[in-house]
Ligand binder design. Sequence first.
Ligand code: SF4
Length: 322
Amino acid sequence: MSPSFQNPVLEVRGLKMHFRTPKGVVKAVDGVDFTIAAGETLGLVGESGCGKSTTARGITRLITPTAGTVILEGREVTGMSTADLRATRQRMQMVFQDPYASLDPRMTVLDIIAEPIRNFRIARGQEVRERVRNLLQTVGLDADFEKRYPHEFSGGQRQRIGVARALAVEPILLLADEPVSALDVSIQAQVVNLFEDLQEQFGLAYLFISHDLSVVRHVSDRIAVMYLGRIVEIAPAQRLYAEPLHPYTEALLSAVPIPDPVIETKRKRIMLSGDVPSPVDEIQGCPFRTRCAQAFERCEVEAPVLKEYRPGHSASCHLHED
Ligand code: SF4
């Protein structure tokens, strides 16, 4: 993985995803900014319900954003016509958590992978089948699996089929939403390795979403931590693990097992207590203050803003302000 990336493939600016409910407006995503460069992986982590998946759905416009700008390869996705959006979606593809739910059980693998190739008119006739067979091999499966149905495969193999389908339209960006969470731990590393191999082979950029910091550790160049719809820390991966700035990141990291048995026995888990504020309530002060062991007076009245404290390393926490 290269330490320096330029030329953003994706720019997300001020993304908001608000939803009207009978109880009020849920601010699932509330002003998110980041970029992803060609060939780069941005890990997006946080607890369930923090807005990670909704962010990905807003970027691809599977759900229309309330506000903000999404730019893919220099073209603004937000506000695009339906026809332009369709063409742009060829360049960004989603890979979902549950490979079984995302593959039509009545279709053969050939038809599953061929469908987007035909829809986007990437190939015709016999060439479609050749492409499918090549794609199966690219993701580490036997080309003859083309005749089989999804139920004939293991979870890891089904996720490989999902990845092959996403690759079929020659994207530049994959938005992988918890792509290994439904898999056995023993299979997770194999699928993560597949993502890394494909990135090297095709120069893909990834938004790699996970609730688990140990999963994104090896695959990410940078990591963004989300809490209650906002990014609270973003940094190069190694720096985030070595010197986290935000108490929430520290708590998430304390749950990650350390491979060294000596250090692992000394690992102290930070257990978060206190209630998570309702996303429909107007939050005064720092959104994390109800669970933060380091909260002080200022945290109750003033919301911290995301500031860069070291090159490429930003956090929103009053502890680091003068
Ligand atoms: Fe904790 Fe205060 Fe920092 Fe928020 S601003 S994370 S409450 S110390």
